[in-house]
Design a binder for this molecule. Sequence first.
Ligand code: SF4
Ligand code: SF4
Length: 511
Amino acid sequence: MPDATLQCSQPPAHRFHGGLVLQHHKADSKVDVLLPVPLPEELVLPLQQHMGQPARPVVEVGQRVLKGQLLAVPEGEFSAAVHAPTSGTITALERRPMPEPSALPGRCFILQPDGLDLWAELPEPLHCERARPEELIERVQQAGIVGLGGAVFPAHFKLRHHKQPIHTVILNGAECEPFITCDETLMHLEAEAIIKGAELLVKMLDAERAIIAIEDPMADVCTAFEQAFQKVNAPMVSVRKVPTIYPEGGEKQLIKVLTGLEVPSGGYPGDLGILCHNVATAWTIHQAVTRGRPVVDRIVTVTGKGVAEPGNYRVPLGCSIGHVVTAAGGYTPQARRLVMGGPMMGVALPDDSLPVVKATNCILVLGEDEIRDPAPVLPCIRCGECARACPQQLLPQELYWHARAENTEKLVAYDLFDCIECGCCAYVCPSHLPLVDYYRHGKSLVRAEQMAERKAEQARQRHEAREARLAAEKAAREARRKQKAEALKNKGGDAVRAAVERARARKQEKD
Ligand code: SF4
Ligand code: SF4
């Protein structure tokens, strides 16, 4: 068991392959204060803010709703609920552009706030010690909790579905993207609740321990945890510092650094008895269990030279990105590019009318001098720099050639789906090849092919089932026909015998 008085231990001995040391810009967004965002005139709430199936609406257009009220229930196990971020009226359920590069439309509730911010009656708090693990997981599902590090994987699904018993929970507080500080802020301000959230996760999974991973330079966070451990007796929870190497916050990289174990290609941390959650997810779980509070807002880092007052803001879900930037002092004359997420893995957005969703950990408004010069793209010179930088130990140049050739068989053989799209390869490529774009394209090709194969297989199964059904119906018809013929034959025989009997009787009467 870790010693509760020595929680922020020294960096671990293991390290992962490749990665980059990036220049950080975290000082721009202060981490010791959480700033408010006023309610806008309209909130746009997509039914799909998570991986899996979109949620199913349970309120009507025109209905008045209260803050925290359930608007849409999970559609099946691999889905997540959506709740009202404030009180007001549902004015529409319509398709609106989603916060992604293509801005493709998705179904959204439009909520007009009434300005009162009145809470609905929330579920009763659960007792952290006495509640059964499944009761706690059920509460996680009710509260619409998803992975808040950006992956938005339904948290209850991860807690229920793992191949091996879980012995170690890792809480990811290693925020390796160079501009993002929302998790650092939360850890700084809510260390005690995060430790309690870690304990809840240990209980839900019947695990042995939880490790909260923070980056080496987060001295204030380390102090906050040390102070919190003075108040909370949590012998199963420890805090470990990890070196600041991008992408340290990747699940597989973090596991390697903390435990020395490697998640196999195509595998999951659960295969090793390890489960990773973001620190913000753990905090949200603690809120749901102890206060019945569902996910109605999230902390967003608003930063970059293109925004006047960078900082960390508590943002009601559904606010437009433009509204949040206005709350952060508005755009500066330097503003050039809008990104959701960090500069390495974030997505460039076409405009700021898109809503903040559960995945929005950062709104980055890059200034002119923060954008790398778009250097001309040159042919691959097979220098191998990309392979040296790849934290997944892939062969990025091979993947590039096969993606270019649209050779899906080779892409799968070269483990394309192990690529976490971290961008390290593209960052170091002297030919400035947009490698990650090729991998995304390659993945979409493979997925389309797999989908077509699945559909063909389903069609084949449907055809075979239909043939079998028709054959069974034909056999049943034939059996019925034979039965009827037999019955008629028997009936006919009886009639002849009766006629003979009658004739014999008449003859005897005459004699
Ligand atoms: S770094 Fe760029 S140029 Fe070098 S091998 Fe990789 S893809 Fe080719
Ligand atoms: S983007 Fe993919 S291929 Fe490139 S370094 Fe990251 S994991 Fe490796």
